[in-house]
Design a protein around this ligand. Structure first.
Ligand code: UDP
Length: 412
């Protein structure tokens, strides 16, 4: 059961009070979120939490899911990949399915959508609903969860047509956006501090997970959790470990991740990682099953330092998760890691295995700095990357749109 009161315990009472103040301005307003899946994936995960929290704040909020057949999802999957930069052209027949599917869903949802004060349309799947609801009286917002900085142009041109007349768009990072002829807001992702992956768990559970994997909690441990993907640079992490281990012989490395079994590329990278780790008894490569949330939580809590040495990154939720657990993060100087790792404060930004090794050695030989940075990291995550901040941003944005607030910060 999602309960606002529980969030007060972790995020702070003042944060909840602030949410209540913003929500009071939206009393009586009808809000609808629309996406294309009830479960699975980051968007559903966040709506599962945000919708009940908005309801508890007294805002009349609903969540509608559009339905489609296999061809519809084949089309939107290609669209998703094309918008993220793959040169994929979508056949006209599939685009017709996309439009027809939206037309069918509009029949079902039109009355509700037209009556709403605010409609959040998540990602491209339901985007055409806007033009299919001519009697709408509210403000419609396109919430884009993906990185469309370098889209395949013909597909973006097509999708853009459905979006351009919305009242506003939201992107997760400034860098992810495309120019559009309306207000563009930036709302970064967040984690749920009460989920299995992030909730407090006791030390015994952490110890038993570490024992299960043959790790020694009395010796220093560095950890990277991520899919086995070249952009996450697992081989660079191994190099950094080897360089640091010359000076800290007791050092252990955990490289944990899943998703390799359903991703041929991931399987290859995992194979390379296993080869690179083969002669080192202190490198532990863990292939995690899906939904290993509790294990990930325990691994992050038991590590001394968390690495996310990505060469390219979206936002980097693993960074947020580690920071929330009071760990300094040594992260690649890229993407959303830059928003989270404030160099020398919440961790270190690095550009090479050598740089990472230097920072590992520094932190492990200055325990007071390690602790202080970890504490700062937790505070920074609390202030900026919890779901309560995500909710606050949505409320503030709705207030701006409903009251036509003119003052704003212009980002150039
Ligand atoms: N994750 C997971 N199992 C794994 C590897 C990663 O559940 O084996 C989780 C991780 O804890 C994080 C998310 O998947 O919540 C990955 O998000 P991130 O933004 O770090 O990277 P992405 O995989 O989206 O590039």
């Amino acid at each position: 059961m999602i309960d606002l009161a529980h969030y007060a315990d972790v995020a702070g009472l003042d944060v909840i009070e602030h949410l209540r103040q913003l929500a009071a301005l939206l009393k009586g307003k009808r809000v609808i979120h629309v996406n294309s899946t009830q479960e699975g994936g980051g968007v559903a995960e966040i709506l599962e939490k945000l919708v009940p929290l908005m309801q508890q704040l007294g805002i009349d909020t609903a969540w509608e899911v559009i339905h489609g057949n296999e061809n519809f999802f084949m089309c939107t999957k290609s669209m998703h990949n094309a918008l993220q930069g793959n040169a994929i052209d979508i056949p006209k027949a599939l685009l017709n399915v996309y439009e027809e599917t939206n037309a069918h869903n509009a029949e079902r949802l039109r009355e509700k959508l037209e009556a709403a004060d605010i409609v959040f349309i998540h990602d491209p799947q339901p985007a055409p609903l806007f033009n299919l609801c001519p009697g709408k009286r509210g403000k419609w917002i396109w919430r884009c969860h993906i990185d469309i900085r370098h889209p395949h142009r013909p597909v973006w041109k097509y999708v853009r047509n459905f979006i351009k007349d919305y009242a506003a768009s939201i992107f997760s990072l400034v860098d992810f956006a495309q120019p559009l002829p309306h207000d563009i807001f930036v709302v970064p992702p967040s984690i749920d501090p009460l989920s299995e992956k992030n909730m407090d768990i006791d030390e015994n559970e952490v110890a038993s997970v570490y024992k299960e994997f043959g790790l020694d909690l009395k010796r220093p441990i560095i950890l990277q959790i991520s899919r086995f993907d070249r952009f996450k640079d697992p081989l660079g992490v191994i190099q950094a470990f080897q360089l640091a281990k010359k000076y800290i012989p007791s050092l252990q490395l955990v490289l944990a991740g899943g998703g390799a079994s359903d991703d041929p590329e991931g399987e290859i990278v995992l194979g390379e990682v296993r080869v690179a780790a083969a002669d080192h008894s202190d490198i532990h490569v863990l292939a995690l099953p899906p939904n290993a949330d509790r294990t990930i939580n325990a691994l992050q809590r038991g590590a001394d330092i968390v690495l996310q040495k990505s060469l390219r990154e979206g936002f980097g939720l693993t960074v947020t998760e580690a920071m929330w657990k009071g760990k300094p993060v040594i992260g690649g100087d890229t993407g959303g890691i830059r928003l989270q790792v404030i160099d020398h404060h919440t961790g270190f930004l690095v550009n090479s295995p050598e740089g990472a090794a230097l920072r590992i050695r520094y932190l492990l030989s200055h325990r007071d700095r390690l602790e202080a940075m970890g504490e700062k990291a937790r505070e920074f995550a609390r202030d900026n990357f919890l779901i309560t901040r995500h909710l606050r941003d949505y409320l503030a944005l709705m207030v701006v749109l409903v009251y036509n607030v003119e003052e704003r910060i212009e980002l150039s």
